[in-house]
Ligand binder design. Sequence first.
Ligand code: COA
Length: 298
Amino acid sequence: MESPFKPDVLKGKVALITGGGSGIGFEISSQFGKHGASIAIMGRRKQVLDSAVSDLRSLGISAIGFEGDVRKPEDAKRVVESTFQRFGRIDILVNAAAGNFLSAAEDLSTNGFRTVLDIDAVGTFNMCHEALKYLKKGGPGRDSSSSGGSILNISATLHYTASWYQIHVSAAKAAVDATTRNLALEWGTDYEIRVNGIAPGPIGGTPGMSKLVPDEIENKTREYMPLYKLGEKWDIAMAAIYLSCDTGKYVNGLTMVVDGGLFLSKPRHLAKEAVKELSRVVEKRSRAKPVGLPTSKL
Ligand code: COA
């Protein structure tokens, strides 16, 4: 699908995207690049990085890949500094690296729980912490008249209520959302850095989808989705552009839900036609038989 944004909305910007080699992270990398940004992607798997960088370059995008694990502060520091050395500035940090698998709480080890918190929550913090120096107003490579850069944290909606077999990810994403809000407050005030998030719903063609929603249950899931379909990676990338370029200049501390309204939804127990027929009947019945009075008194 064509982008509704002008192709130069991110011209001259430099974006560092963790988990940028695959899934939603890669789509954000390529859409940011198509809109003028230079791209650094960070990931653990060299092969994935190499192939993503070569795909980006074949689109005419200035791109580089850095191997690293967001859980390790020394990797975060090295990759942030290498990005600055390569491009001379950093404007946007996207934290898209995440870990996930289905596991019943009772089968999950402490290390399993901790691993996902480490990747999602600690990893996000590490990257933000190291990037601060470059993102802040007046930081290296930034001209003195412009504001600070921006941060985008990819989250989820799992923790808004509760999600089966996702205790680790729900806890991790709750921490990510709290990090988004707290940094938006502290760094928005002190450094003019905007910090926002995106909470994607089920997005087709992503590692998350294939891990969490096996094909057998995918169709069932669609039955109770308000828009009746899966999202596309494009939907997330467009939200990311909106939040990262000037369109989002007054948005700070928001985690934007991009899930077609699924976060609001509950399975529909009655068809609309049945409601039309039943509702008045039930109303009449309850007037004839006021609630609270035993039938014997009527
Ligand atoms: N069910 C239960 N526990 C699991 C598990 C599963 N499917 N997969 C991993 N674990 C546990 C491991 O058993 C281990 O705990 P233990 O030491 O007590 O046995 C712990 O999690 C760490 O596993 P390990 O494989 O060593 O971690 P890793 O750092 O190599 O990999 C993962 C991290 C597990 C999150 C891996 O799935 C990953 O790399 N994911 C990245 C990609 C991804 O998930 N993308 C989807 C984004 S939505």
